[in-house]
Ligand binder design. Structure first.
Ligand code: ZN
Length: 371
């Protein structure tokens, strides 16, 4: 081989190597939390993964904060009969900066501060067209049915990305969607809460609880809040709760009787399940409604139908909310009538500790991952 040929071959090889290195850098260049198998917090792996692919109708977001929801714990643990496709990056709520966008996106720019809407739906079915996207047959949640926000970057369709209201930090923005949407749909859409009604909010220290107190007060209701210690009850009072019950020391329904002069409550915000179900039913007034969005302590409960029909009571199921309801919520956040409640922040790589902390129920409000 001539010297010229050898030099050309070497240059060619070097170019090839450079291109390959570049490809490897762009494909495997971000850090994310991944679940490869269901289990305890130790299955949460903080590792390098491929960058998300941003399609023509997508927005690429460099995430700055995500928040932990109880749903993340279910996704991590796995639930019999409910298949989650693995590996998966969890995290339903996130906020960050637009880092790129598909060629069809005209109205957002690189650098804009944005928030992730967790709802995944087809956008075309009768429910989606009517604005009831949480009833869509293809309904899912970011971080549950597709990769979520516990990552440095996420690419999602434009309809999942909205600007952050001015004045909110990334952490505050990431603390809003899932819990406020859930509580809003339960109280406003399903229970149709009215001024002067009594609303019982169980586990006020949870994300849904701290949102539900504020939403009930916003609608003029009287709130009875329960929590497991006095420090949490004081914080519930600070959010507007009118009456307080330490649910480890006082029977909930007995205290409800006292506070309502034997009438009972018009609405129970039920997300605890088995541990509180009987007390929730006993606390309900004639014509009252239990709205349930979760069962963190177990989902098998018993019901005495005699009470339900004789007292004209309703048991209503509710999952998340529509995307439209998030816009309503954010309007009240802008007016400072609703506010995200943050308990504690962890670094993204400390995600396992954050899950342990939430599982122990120590928090009042939301636990944030900073990215
Ligand atoms: Zn649909």
């Amino acid at each position: 081989m001539s010297l010229k040929c050898q030099e050309e071959l070497q240059r060619g090889l070097e170019n090839c190597l450079q291109t390959l290195t570049g490809v490897i850098k762009t494909v495997v260049s971000m850090k994310a939390v991944q679940i490869h198998q269901h289990g305890g917090p130790e299955v949460l792996k903080y590792e390098e993964v491929a960058d998300p692919i941003c399609g023509s109708g997508d927005v690429l977001v460099q995430l700055k904060a995500a928040s932990i929801n109880h749903l993340d714990l279910w996704v991590r643990q796995g639930i019999p009969g409910w298949k989650v496709s693995l590996p998966l990056t969890p995290g339903c709520d996130g906020a960050g900066v637009v880092a790129g966008k598909g060629e069809l996106i005209k109205d957002l720019n690189v650098g804009d501060k944005v928030l992730v809407i967790p709802n995944v739906s087809c956008g075309n079915c009768e429910y989606c067209v009517n604005g009831d996207d949480n009833l869509c047959p293809e309904y899912g949640i970011v971080g549950e049915t597709c990769n979520g926000c516990d990552a440095e970057m996420i690419a999602l369709p434009r309809r999942n990305i909205i600007p952050i209201p001015k004045g909110l930090t990334y952490e505050e923005a990431a603390a809003i969607p899932l819990v406020f949407m859930t509580a809003w749909h339960m109280l406003v859409t399903k229970a149709q809460v009215k001024p002067e009604q009594f609303v019982l909010v169980l586990a006020a220290g949870s994300g849904v609880g701290s949102a539900a107190i504020q939403i009930a007060k916003l609608h003029g209701a009287k709130v009875i809040a329960t929590a497991g210690n006095d420090a949490k009850l004081e914080k519930a009072k600070g959010l507007g709760a009118d009456f307080l019950i330490n649910h480890y020391k006082e029977p909930i329904s007995e205290m409800v009787k006292q506070y309502t002069e034997n009438r009972g409550v018009d609405v129970v915000v039920e997300h605890v399940g088995k541990a509180t179900w009987e007390e929730s039913l006993k606390s309900l007034a004639k014509g009252g409604k239990i709205v349930t969005c979760g069962a963190t302590t177990g989902s098998e409960v018993s019901i005495n139908l005699n009470y339900i029909f004789y007292k004209h009571q309703q048991i209503i199921g509710s999952t998340m909310s529509t995307r439209g309801e998030l816009f309503e919520i954010l309007n009240f956040v802008r007016q400072k009538k609703l506010k995200p409640v943050i308990d504690k922040e962890f670094m993204l790589k400390e995600v396992a500790d954050a899950h342990r902390y939430v599982a122990e129920g120590k928090q009042f409000g939301k636990v944030i991952l900073t990215i």
